[in-house]
Design a protein around this ligand. Structure first.
Ligand code: NAD
Length: 396
């Protein structure tokens, strides 16, 4: 069939397998030109949330920068008849194809990472395919979690805490800058968001992998967080999601202690830069901020996407420097250093009050935002013929 984008709000319900493969090839090229060398580099890597965004880029860096065998856990829709798979499904199939061609082992587990069944499947497959991991990357972004401990389903929300939030936002469908008003979260919503996006499940994964002897001596364990600029703090860092991220960051020290007691290298949170992903495009205000950021960082030649960030993570933070991992005063890795440069942030503060629908394309890189958004689903790649027939069930 011929596959076209069908966008509904902040998601695209179709995905193009040839475009996903072409995107993967681009990521592999970046990772391959940033090789990580030396004894300390990882050989077996587990990525939880491996099919899109930061998790996918982490898997590509692990395989093509460090030469590691990888296991990827994700929750993605397979193709069915005339319905395409989700982009993450094609991305993962494309990853496995390219990794296998490069002589690397790539094992996939498609299931709900919060469930006991999925965790047990990972343990089983890990034992069958080579044993302990020396790097774990926890990169889940999910709107809900069913906790196997109580059977309840908790839902995350993106709300301010304590006061109504009013600010500019970008309606990406209508291409309009408008005002958004969001009521504050209840205490229950704060607690539920923490349950989904906090550190509880990361710790559960670590406990299980430790108990099963699946974390190798010196193994590192990473989760991702975001801080961002003051304009987004009421809805992000000081809102429900920020409280969950605080919990994730606080969990790192408890997880680290357990790992170190078992001879592992420790757990870290890496604060990454804002990029276009399926998760970030759902957060109010963020698409407008990211469109501005792209323009400013593009002009300063410091623009990065997921793969450039994870390349820097592997070569400059985790496995490059002999003097150890560089951390901030709260013990976090900071990959958002270029985003948070005073020159970048002062230009955001200056532009923010000025931006409106009429000058959107002049003051921001909204076109690039839209291109990146479509590319998440495999559309708009210059090497792909989008008029050609593809088989959505067996594309590769
Ligand atoms: P994303 O939406 O691109 O990826 C989410 C991943 O989680 C996918 O692989 C998806 O399959 C998987 N997933 C979701 N629910 C699952 C479930 N129940 N079981 C198994 N897998 C599941 O998201 P992203 O933006 O790359 O976010 C990943 C992490 O990076 C998050 O912690 C996020 O807060 C953080 N981060 C993102 C940004 C950004 O700008 N996007 C910036 C800094 C940090």
């Amino acid at each position: 069939m011929i596959i076209k984008p069908r966008i509904k709000g902040f998601v695209c319900i179709t995905a193009h397998p040839s475009g996903c493969l072409a995107n993967l090839r681009d990521q592999v090229e970046v990772a391959s030109s940033n090789k990580v060398e030396g004894e300390g580099k990882p050989k077996r890597v587990l990525v939880v949330g491996a099919s899109t965004g930061y998790g996918l880029a982490s898997r590509v860096s692990a395989a093509f920068s460090a030469g590691a065998d990888t296991m990827g856990v994700y929750f993605e829709r397979p193709p069915k008849g005339e319905k395409t798979a989700s982009a993450g499904f094609y991305n993962s199939a494309a990853f496995c194809k390219l990794a296998t061609e490069a002589g690397l082992s790539a094992v996939d587990v498609n299931g709900d990472a919060f469930s006991n069944e999925c965790k047990e499947e990972v343990v089983k497959r890990a034992k069958e395919t080579g044993g302990p991991f020396d790097l774990v990357v926890y990169s889940l972004a999910s709107p809900r979690r069913t906790d196997p401990a109580d059977g309840n389903t908790y839902r995350a929300c993106l709300k301010p805490i304590g006061a109504v939030y009013k600010n500019k936002t970008l309606d990406t469908d209508r291409k309009e800058v408008k005002e958004v008003t969001i009521d504050p979260a209840s205490e229950q919503e704060v607690a539920d968001t923490r349950k989904v996006m906090g550190g509880e499940d990361w710790e559960a994964w670590t406990d299980l992998l430790l108990a099963e002897g699946l974390l190798a001596p010196g193994c590192l364990n990473l989760a991702y967080s975001y801080i961002g600029p003051e304009v987004t703090w009421p809805i992000y860092r000081n809102g429900t999601i920020g409280k969950a991220k605080e919990h994730l960051e606080d969990s790192a020290s408890a997880i680290s202690e357990k790992m170190k007691a078992a001879g592992c290298g420790g757990a870290y949170v890496s604060v990454n830069k804002a990029v276009v992903t399926q998760a970030s495009s759902a957060i109010p205000v963020v698409p407008l901020y990211v469109s501005m950021l792209f323009k400013i960082m593009g002009e300063l030649r410091t623009h990065e996407g997921c793969i450039e960030q994870t390349s820097r993570l592997f070569s400059d933070r985790l496995y490059g420097p002999k003097e150890g991992i560089e951390l901030d005063d709260k013990g976090r890795i900071r990959l958002d250093d270029w985003e948070m440069e005073p020159e970048v942030q002062s230009r955001i503060v200056e532009l923010w009050p000025q931006v409106c629908t009429e000058n959107l394309r002049e003051l921001t890189s909204f076109d690039k935002y839209q291109k990146d958004f479509l590319s998440l689903f495999g559309f708009g790649h210059p090497s792909v013929d989008y008029e050609a027939e593809v088989d959505p069930e067996n594309p590769y």
